[in-house]
Design a protein around this ligand. Structure first.
Ligand code: NAD
Length: 247
């Protein structure tokens, strides 16, 4: 019960990695807010973990502000914000439309900014807080057919570092998690591809699980992690290490 008494907001908490974060935070005693645009799935996860569902569209400042107000109104505190919403467009460079570009940036980069800006005043008042951004291995290396996704996720790492500087003296840490291929709904097709087993390319020899990322999120959420900020933790079974070259 290392998060007893804390209130944790997980955006994108209705599915995949966000759902696993909610389950893990709740198992550690936190009161969890599942903040998502999918009301049916989000409410069902909230019920499962005895949390609260709050509707949010992270691409809207009005909706993000309303979400933060609602959570604070209900619990009187917000200790942890997991900016986990993310969507992915996979198509060749020349087929990326204006709308594809906009949705990648507004959801994966602007979204974490808007939710953080909405929540930080409450953390600042309390003198402490934890912001955990779900980045990606695509923050470190290029990936084929994902130009806008890679751009947004690389930007999210830069934002994480800049926010760590701006918010450090408020007692708020800001860190990023960079999952590799995790066997979540986002990757259902990819995981079922028998010709190319991504898991075998990783040093640990398996696909990632949503729980692998959630466990790292719990670590960053703890009081004991107060000296870790502006950092990124790869949860990728070592995959990026196989791509790094010296010189
Ligand atoms: P997922 O598709 O299972 O869940 C995403 C959730 O976000 C859904 O519940 C969806 O309703 C919600 N959502 C989407 N747009 C929203 C919006 N505008 N406002 C509110 N909610 C919205 O995804 P996942 O696989 O669990 O991925 C979670 C995060 O992890 C994403 O940021 C993703 O980019 C990142 N990631 C995933 C993988 C992977 O292998 N699955 C790898 C690297 C990074």
């Amino acid at each position: 019960m290392r998060l007893e008494g804390k209130v944790a907001v997980v955006t994108g908490g209705a599915s995949g990695i966000g759902r696993a974060m909610g389950v893990a935070f709740a198992a550690e005693g936190a009161r969890v807010v599942v903040a998502d645009r999918d009301e049916a799935k989000g409410s069902s996860v909230a019920e499962e973990i005895r949390g609260l569902f709050v509707h949010v569209d992270v691409t809207s400042s009005k909706s993000s502000d309303a979400m933060a107000e609602q959570v604070f109104g209900k619990f009187g505190r917000i200790d942890i914000l997991a900016n986990n919403v993310g969507v992915r467009v996979v198509k060749p460079f020349l087929e990326h439309t204006d709308a594809d570009w906009d949705v990648m940036i507004s959801t994966n980069l602007t979204g974490p900014f808007l939710c953080s800006r909405a929540v930080v005043p409450f953390m600042q008042r309390a003198g402490s807080g934890r912001i955990i951004n779900t980045a990606s291995i695509a923050s470190f290396v290029g990936r084929p057919d994902r130009v806008a996704y890679v751009a947004a996720k690389a930007g999210l790492l830069g934002m994480t570092r800049a926010m760590a500087i701006d918010l450090g003296r408020m007692g708020i840490t800001v860190n990023a998690l960079a999952p590799g291929s995790i066997n979540s709904p986002m990757n259902a097709e990819h995981a079922a591809d028998e010709e190319h087993d991504w898991g075998k390319e990783t040093p640990v020899g398996r696909w990632g699980r949503a729980e692998d990322v959630a466990n790292a999120a719990v670590f960053l959420a703890l009081d004991e992690s107060s000296y870790i900020t502006g950092a990124e933790i790869k949860v990728d079974g070592g995959w990026v290490s196989t791509k790094a070259r010296a010189g």
